[in-house]
Design a protein around this ligand. Structure first.
Ligand code: AMP
Ligand code: MG
Length: 421
């Protein structure tokens, strides 16, 4: 039997980072940037106002207070997106909106609330002829400097940066609608089994719906890949062959079921005739049986194949442990474990045959703020509802027979962000 780590290392040795391609910025969330981005201009481009107010000269506001306002004639108005059409003359003010460029010779902005703007306005939004300033100012009050966000010539992001909402916003502010990024992996998902129906088909006695394709597709999407559901192959050589045929142009082919002893021959025959296949026993529960190999494409290249167990929880747990790292590798991301916590178990985890147990739990904080984890119920590898209720997998290590209630277990969280930088 292989340990989880041995199986993962073997699997990852078959993958490489995918090619780079031009990617619309809007689609790049979670992808890896594959170019250095240099700012060709300052952001903001010009000094501008941080408030709606009046551009002034600080020296003109000396001694101003609510009781003794300084009255200044208003010579114009400048809105965001406009350029001032005249410089500020000493002893005057220019009305200015947030984000609008500061007129030449002005060195501070007085916000509306520190003027008598509201009293003067009296229902009209017209620019008043004069304004009463209520406060003294210092240079740069309520101003944003040119380049204070990003300076022209600066390398804003380097190749390898993982793109989150913040980076995507900054890239948009640099004016780019597309960027070079490592391509997303396409994952073909082939379900096998004579008993399977597709959701949407009529329920029939003795049949079950193909849930694996959907849970796996959802994980592929979540980890940044593009799922391509290929449908159901029946437990015959011809059916599996034709399903695989259509899957070969993907970056990874995932099959589900047919890797336990009873089905092994069909899958093994077909897959070994189309490439290489090894059937492994991995020291884990659920998801002991696992197939891995490569399939030959017509052009002589090869595509890795991950053969997941059929039981729905086994398929999901195996994809978390082996599919997710493969996707990260292909996307050019570093291998980062799922976030985990140490939690006090409310229920025991039993390990009776020396395999690492991944127990479905709901982790929570108790009243004193301590992490605890409660079993979500029936741990059979066919019971998907207890997986749906779980937010984490509590681990009983390979070489420990039992974690008792009240003892601490490591819980790999399924639902916490797994990219922490
Ligand atoms: P097998 O690996 O073919 O022995 O399948 C193991 C178990 O998983 C059986 O109970 C199958 O009915 C079930 N199973 C196989 N494929 C799927 C699937 N795509 N969706 C849901 N259950 C499945
Ligand atoms: Mg089967």
């Amino acid at each position: 039997m292989l340990s989880v780590e041995e199986a993962r290392d073997r699997i990852l040795s078959y993958f490489e980072v995918l090619p780079v391609e031009a990617t619309p910025l809007i689609d790049s969330l979670g992808q890896v940037l594959a170019e250095n981005l240099v700012a060709s201009f300052d952001i903001p481009p010009l000094a501008n106002s941080a408030m709606d107010g009046y551009a002034v000269l600080t020296s003109d506001t000396a001694g101003a207070s609510t009781e003794h306002p300084v009255e200044l004639p208003v010579t114009g108005v400048v809105a965001a997106g406009q350029l001032p059409d005249h410089p500020l003359e000493p002893g005057t003010a220019i009305r200015i909106m947030t984000g609008a460029p500061i007129p030449d010779r002005s060195n501070a902005v007085v916000p509306f609330e520190d003027t008598d703007e509201l009293e003067r306005r009296e229902g009209s939004s017209a620019t008043p002829g004069t304004i009463g300033i209520h406060i003294e100012t210092e240079p740069y009050d309520n101003m944003r400097g040119a380049g204070e966000d990003v300076e022209a010539g600066a390398t804003v992001f380097e190749s390898g940066q993982i793109l989150r909402a913040g980076e995507i916003g900054v890239i948009a502010s640099l004016g780019h609608a597309s960027i070079q990024a490592v391509r997303r992996p396409v994952v073909a998902i082939v379900s096998t089994g004579d008993e399977l129906l597709e959701p949407g088909e009529d329920h029939a006695p003795g049949k079950i719906y193909n849930s694996n394709a959907f849970s796996i597709a959802a994980m592929v999407t979540r980890y940044g890949g593009i799922p391509k559901i290929m449908g159901i192959a029946r437990d015959t050589v011809e059916s599996l062959e034709s399903a695989l045929e259509d899957a070969l142009d993907a970056d990874l082919v995932v099959t589900s079921a047919g890797v336990s002893k009873g089905d092994y021959d069909v899958v093994k025959d077909v897959l070994s005739s189309k490439g290489e296949i090894a059937l492994w026993s991995v020291r884990m529960r659920p998801a002991k049986p696992l197939a891995f190999g490569v399939l030959d494409r017509k052009d002589g290249t090869k595509v890795p194949h991950l053969g997941l167990p059929g039981n729905p929880v086994s398929a999901m747990v195996a994809f978390e442990q082996f599919g997710r790292p493969a996707l990260r590798l292909m996307m050019g991301k570093p291998q980062v474990d799922k976030p985990s916590i140490d939690a006090i178990m409310d229920d025991p985890i039993r390990n009776h045959d020396g395999r690492r147990v991944y127990a479905r739990v709901h982790a929570y904080r108790d009243d004193s703020g301590v992490y605890r984890a409660k079993s979500t119920g029936n741990q059979s590898s066919g019971v998907l509802s207890s997986m749906a209720q779980a937010n984490g997998l509590a681990i009983c290590p390979d070489d420990i027979g039992m974690i008792n209630a009240g003892e601490i277990a490591k819980v790999e969280m399924l639902d916490w962000p797994d990219d922490i930088f």
